[in-house]
Design a protein around this ligand. Sequence first.
Ligand code: ZN
Length: 243
Amino acid sequence: MRALILSDIHSNLEALTAVVDDALSRGGFDLIWCLGDLVGYGPDPGPCLKLLRGYDLLAVAGNHDHAAVGKVDIQYFNSAAKEAIQWTSDQLTAAEAEYLAGLPTVTIAEPFTLVHGSLRSHLEEYLLNRESALATLELLGTRFCLVGHSHVPFLCRESQGSPQFLQFAEGEVLPLGEDRMIINPGSVGQPRDRDPRPSYAVYDSRQETIQRLRVTYTINRTQEKMQEANLPRYLIDRLSNGV
Ligand code: ZN
């Protein structure tokens, strides 16, 4: 079985399409695991949901998904994010809103647990340091945990009870092994590791590996659509810089 692991798509249809096409050309996948933030920021919430749901999809909610349907208070978002969330809410059909509202915040696909932020704060916490990794490892009931939210790819391996953050390099095929790990595949729709190319991962259950990959897409097409939708300039510009 091969699972396409996607996070933080953020309504970026051009990025999502490029990732799916790239994965299909590299041996394909049987299903999609999505780590949340399907919508928010970008110009195509409905078409992204449609594309994702056309596959066998296991998804958890991100903070933007639940904010867009009123399940998370938007007062804690910055003004550009808030504006995009309100715009997104207006675009969603009742059925799309219902789908997003019904997404769980954590789910299990053995040997993985899928969550957007962290296991102690499913929607909010950015898992980026030792302390937050320890807290999630303490709550982890499976061998591996897949997270998103920070839009920064990494892997964190537990070695003798201690979490160690390691680079998860582009193209790297990671043998899963026995150590527990927390893995972030990076963001599809709004990368923030100073590389504007969408980042994603593929799990192969037969090989027991995860590979992280990147692909190019037509950023300016997405930016034009954002401009037409009057989304904040800051959100448009950051796509070019990958921050
Ligand atoms: Zn996000």
